[in-house]
Structures are given as C-alpha cells and as structure tokens.
Design a protein around this ligand. Structure first.
Ligand code: KG4
Ligand code: ZN
Length: 358
C-alpha cells in the first residue's frame, strides 16, 4: 500500500510517498524563504508561494519515488489546522488528483501528522504520551490510537515555537527563531539570568510562555537608554546567555508538566511504554536530551521523529494518511478545510459514517 501526502498548512510546501512497510519512497520539500524579511509567516505570501510550487513539488516527489501517479493507493493532504489559504491549496490539489485518478482522498489533521510521525522510524505502540511542540501548538496528549487523543494540557497563550520565534526576533536573530536560539544557547551561560516559570504550581498540565517572553524583553530593555529594544545592540555573549537561559527555562517548564502527565499516564495506561516528542521544536537537541533523561527516570522509552521530520514536511502527512487509510478512514471530496481543528475532537467514526470506507 502506498500513499501520497501533501503538506501546505504553513510555510513549507511538501509532498511524499510512503508505503505501509514504513518506506519513504520519495519526498520533496520547499521551505519558503519569502518570510524571513518580515520576521514571521505572512499568510497571503505563503498561500501564493504554495500555489506556485505545489505542482512541481508533487511531480518531483513522484519522480524521486520512481512511480507514476496512478500507482498510489490514496492521496492525503493536511486539511487544517493552519493558514487557510495554504491549506486550501494542498487540499484542492489532493482532491483534484483523487477525482482524476479515482483514488480515495484522506483529510489529515496536520497535528495528527506530527503526532504519528515518530511511528515511521520507531516501533511505537499505542498508547503513548506525546509532547507536541510546534510553531502554532504546544500540547501534552495521550495518543490512544489513530484519531483517538486525550489532551492533558495545552498552552494558555503562546506556543513553545512561537516563544522561540518571538525571543529570537527581539534579539535580532531572524526567523525561524528556534534553530538560531539553539545555536547561540550552546555557547551561553544558562545560569546568568533567572527567568519565570509560569503556571508551575497550577495543579494541571497547562503551560504558558508569554511571561517568559516578557521577562526576556525586560532584560533587553535594561540595555536600552530609550526603552526601545529595536535600538539595542547586545554583545554576542549576552545574546548567547539570554538564549541559554530561555532555552533552559522553557525546557524545564515542559519537563515539569510532563512529570505530572507521566504520573497520570502510567496510572491510567500501565502498559504504555513511550514518551514521544514531535513538532518543529522537537528538532531541538537540548530538549530531546532533557526528555530522554525524563523518560529514563520514569521507566519509559523516549522516541522522536528524525530531526528533519520534526518541522513540517510531506512525509508526516503521507504517513498519517496511510495510517488512516489502512483503517478505512477516507473522506468525501466535499470535506471542508479547517483553520481550527483540535486533535481531541477527531474521534474516528465507524468506516462509512461521515467518511467512505476505503
Ligand atoms: O512544526 P513546525 O515546522 O510548524 C508548525 O506546525 O508550526 O514548527 C515550526 C516551529 C518554529 O516556531 C521554529 O522556531 C521551531 O519550530 N523550531 C525550533 C527548532 N527548529 C524549529 N525550536 C527550537 N529549537 C529548534 N532547533
Ligand atoms: Zn507543524
């Protein structure tokens, strides 16, 4: 069984073909550079760029897979959540191919793409505990099965990746901020500034990063004579120290809430074996190491997608599409792309109920 997946929900145009034997037969990815000058993704520019590149990305991926379009068994696309202009481009492309080839269409929740992605490269059984940390989302979930999620906590303000991006912007490190912060943090002193850990004692698994970001802003402001952080030029070592403190504190907030989540997970699912991290921020090696230690301390196996599949890509969509398709979950062509699509709302329906049995 092979499935073509298309990703276009933010600023990456991706396509991939994967097989049920976990082979990535071909993939292509174009990360949009157009947004760098704006310090964040501009939705209209993103949508136009997806439109411009999607056909060639799909063609390139098939060429690399050495297959013809009519050899795929199903066509999947990220149909939300995300920037709706881009989502529509991917969804329409997949629907058009599905119609022309008479092959089933699978509407993939982009978050489910992140959630299931680690299963391609690792042997991970359900249920598992998942930290999903991307530019738009920050959630702790139990993945009970394909389409079955229990959300234990979420951010009440900024997503983790968003906080990395905003801090990087304040420090003049460019967009996306995560990779640059990680690089600078490696040469910084993480004990130099004490930053707040919001919601630490809230008694739940929710997170908050906006206070952390504001604390960083205050440090930068303290270097300014006119209170305008745009006018501040920080010495490189100070930037590195701020990055190290921010990365360490953000990681600690995630670890502390995961400790609580692990207790609950182990009580409710004593057979669950894995702690998994996914999403763009999961590319961060400092975070991966902290989670590896946390898992080890709690008798769980740690797993994550290979670093290049943590940020948005076609493989995660093709794989989630394949996992859905082989269970019989396909969608009608009138499926409406969804700018908002909470993962725990997506309980699978019996094949045929609202979807079409494959
Ligand atoms: O999953 P993703 O590609 O897009 C969304 O679905 O949002 O995640 C992008 C986010 C950005 O906020 C980016 O700064 C962050 O992932 N990111 C990182 C790293 N690489 C990417 N954050 C921390 N450390 C990294 N190495
Ligand atoms: Zn994503």
């Amino acid at each position: 069984m092979i499935v073509l997946g298309i990703e276009s929900s933010c600023d990456d145009t991706g396509a991939a073909v994967v097989s049920d034997s976990k082979e990535i037969l071909g993939e292509a990815l174009q990360s949009q550079e157009e947004h760098k000058q704006y310090g964040g993704v501009v939705p209209e520019i993103a949508a136009r760029a997806h439109l411009e590149h999607i056909d060639e990305i799909v063609a390139l991926c098939l060429q690399r897979a050495h297959i013809e379009l009519n050899e795929v068994d199903a066509i999947a696309a990220s149909c939300g959540p995300g920037l709706i202009g881009g989502v529509v481009v991917g969804a329409m492309t997949a629907k058009a191919l599905s119609l022309a080839l008479n092959k089933p269409f699978v509407a993939v929740n982009h978050l489910e793409g992140h959630a299931l992605c680690a299963r391609i490269a690792n042997n991970i059984e359900f249920p598992y505990l998942l930290l999903l940390v991307s530019g738009g989302h920050c959630q702790i979930l139990i993945v009970k099965n394909v389409g079955e999620y229990e959300r234990l906590g979420t951010t009440i303000d900024d997503a983790a990746g968003e906080a990395f991006d905003k801090v990087a912007k304040m420090l003049g490190l460019g967009y996306p901020g995560g990779p640059m912060i990680e690089k600078m943090a490696a040469i910084g002193n993480d004990a130099r500034f004490t930053l707040p850990r919001p919601l630490l004692n809230s008694g739940d698994c929710n997170l908050s990063f906006s206070g952390l970001k504001t604390a960083v802003r205050k440090i930068i402001e303290s270097y300014s004579s006119d209170g305008m952080i745009e006018h501040v030029i920080l010495p490189k070592q100070d930037v590195a120290d701020i990055c190290a403190c921010f990365q360490m504190t953000a990681t600690d907030c995630l670890v502390r809430k995961l400790e609580r989540a692990i207790t609950y997970f182990k009580q409710k699912y004593p057979d669950g074996e894995h702690l998994v991290v996914s999403g763009g921020v999961a590319s961060n090696t400092y975070l991966r190491n902290a989670l590896k230690n946390l898992a080890q301390k709690n008798g769980l196996e740690f797993a994550a997608p290979p670093i290049r599949f943590c940020t948005d890509n076609g493989v995660m969509v093709a794989w989630a599409g394949l996992e859905r398709y082989r269970l019989g979950y396909t969608n009608d062509l009138d499926f409406k792309p969804r700018p908002r699509w909470p993962l725990d709302e997506d309980a699978p329906k019996a094949p045929g109920a609202g979807g079409v049995k494959a």
